[in-house]
Design a protein around this ligand. Structure first.
Ligand code: ZN
Ligand code: ZN
Length: 385
């Protein structure tokens, strides 16, 4: 619906449109931080009546004639980018850049020069696909994306986040090329930040520092990722990170915040917010600026928080003069689902710790409101249709 209006409505059930489609009955779906960017209309191209949701799993109820790897009754997790598996990008395992899945590519090309892949429930910039915060969803290229969960002892909650936030956090850490002894700093202790911090530890970081302002989230990062934490409202983050690293700065900095960052100094936050409102910039990129300024000379800045358009006051001088490497991207989820499922099966990762709210699908509007306004110490909402 319009900005900040999410409603639950009866709509016609989706149908098979192409031979490679499958229809999935949703058993669990989550609200993502990036859904809030849509909710607040920071990402363009949403229309009234669009069905949101790109983090979902469920049971296959119908398959097209060309889907031979799935059968009715299979339990699957579906990756958020839609990918054909055969184009130049897919062959390079850059699934979020699939050249065949964005049916509204010209709109994306106008904004970004080229189009990335289509994404479930993510506006008419990225294909206008109906999302999975619903009872049923049509999954295109179902012979490529969905991951079958064979182990019935795994709960939905244990595997649902393979659809986005776990692989996204993991990729954010992987982009840092972590070496033994490295210090990695993570901006944002939402689910992606939590999983980025956890993954940085799994990939060998000696110390992980997580930056946020919400006490419960920081506590979560300490408890589950063994992170040290900084509350940016209480401390000068740049100075503190220098202190913690002998003056050098973290070897890698991960931006898991994206375009709706808050700034502890009210005037700067207001500056970004005003420019964003007037569409003079589309991003409030304070976290990214701070990640760049904080990173050690020659270090890596990994951007996995979502950005939509153009940022103001981007410190390119700091990037260039200090030989920083910037790596980024929407997650190529397909690449990570199997190895991460293996880690979950071996109990090396238990992603369920981020879930703070279980709601029915009918309660989705309440879920958006709670998540948006950090009510009830909300970190992650899972909806059960
Ligand atoms: Zn998401
Ligand atoms: Zn492709």
């Amino acid at each position: 619906m319009g900005p900040r209006t999410v409603r639950v409505k009866d709509v016609p059930d989706p149908k098979i449109l192409n031979g490679r489609d499958a229809i999935v009955r949703i058993t669990s779906t989550a609200i993502c931080g990036s859904d809030l960017h849509l909710y607040g209309h920071y990402v363009p191209g949403l229309k009234v009546g669009d069905i949101l949701g790109h983090e979902f799993m469920g049971e296959v109820v119908e398959t097209g004639p060309e889907v031979s790897n799935l059968a009715v009754g299979d339990r699957v997790v579906v990756p958020f980018p839609i990918a054909c598996g055969a184009c130049n990008a897919c062959k390079r395992e850059l699934y979020s850049l699939c050249e065949n899945s964005n049916t509204t590519a010209p709109r994306a090309e106008k904004l970004w020069g080229h189009s990335p892949a289509g994404i479930f429930g993510y506006s008419h910039l990225l294909g206008g696909y109906a999302g999975g915060q619903a009872e049923y969803v049509r999954v295109p290229f179902a012979d490529v994306g969905p991951l079958k969960i064979e182990d019935d002892s795994l709960t939905d909650e244990q595997v649902l986040f393979l659809s986005d936030v776990l692989p996204t956090g993991y990729m954010g850490a992987e982009l840092c090329d972590i070496r033994p002894g490295d210090v990695v700093a993570v901006w944002g202790a939402g689910t992606v930040g939590q999983f980025a911090a956890l993954s940085a530890r799994l990939l060998g970081a000696e110390r992980v520092v997580v930056i946020d302002r919400v006490a419960r989230r920081l506590e979560m990062a300490r408890e589950h990722a063994g992170a040290e934490t900084l509350d940016y409202e209480q401390t000068d983050v740049l100075a503190e990170l220098k202190d913690m690293t002998g003056g050098r700065g973290p070897d890698a900095c991960i931006d898991a915040v994206g375009l709706e960052a808050h700034h502890p100094a009210a005037p700067l936050h207001a500056y970004d917010k005003a420019k964003q409102f007037a569409r003079l910039e589309t991003e409030r990129s304070h976290a990214l600026r701070e990640a760049i300024m904080s990173c050690r000379n020659g270090g890596t800045v990994s951007i996995i928080g979502v950005y939509g358009g153009f940022a103001d006051k981007f410190p390119i001088g700091s990037v260039m003069n200090r030989s920083l490497t910037i790596r980024t991207g929407q997650c190529h989820v397909h690449r990570y689902m199997r190895p991460l499922l293996e880690r979950i099966t071996k109990r090396e990762i238990d992603p369920t710790f981020v879930i703070t709210h279980h709601l029915s699908l009918d309660e989705a509007p309440n879920g958006y409101d709670t998540f948006k306004h950090d009510k009830d110490e909300c970190v992650k909402v899972v909806l059960h249709p």
